[in-house]
Design a protein. Sequence first.
Length: 129
Amino acid sequence: GAVKFTAPQLAEQSFELMSKEAITATVQSVADIVNKATAKAQNAVLWTSTKSTIKALVGLEVARRLSPWISVYVIVFLGGNLIFILPKAYDVNKELIDKSVGPHIKKALAFKDEVLAKVPKYTDVVKDE
């Protein structure tokens, strides 16, 4: 549209937003996550794993029984209260929480750093001329 009239040099240039290697790595990591989630869902749905199927059925039954009684206002109210309660509860039980949840948080942060390392920096992709 209007870009070719206001800045014709931009319309003539082609630039690569992401390199093919970065796209391949990103798509591969997303595909791995989707495959793992699909395998877990398949195990629950097809009764491959009885334990996961029973957990899913119990969770769905509890949600079915509670959903008529819970409104959006109740969820917002409880969420607002949790904002003020959780910091105090964390301070009281800090050692126990850090001991049990700490390794999982470190693992999640390491995974996040690994995924972000595969994403190229903007300055590496777009070169100023």
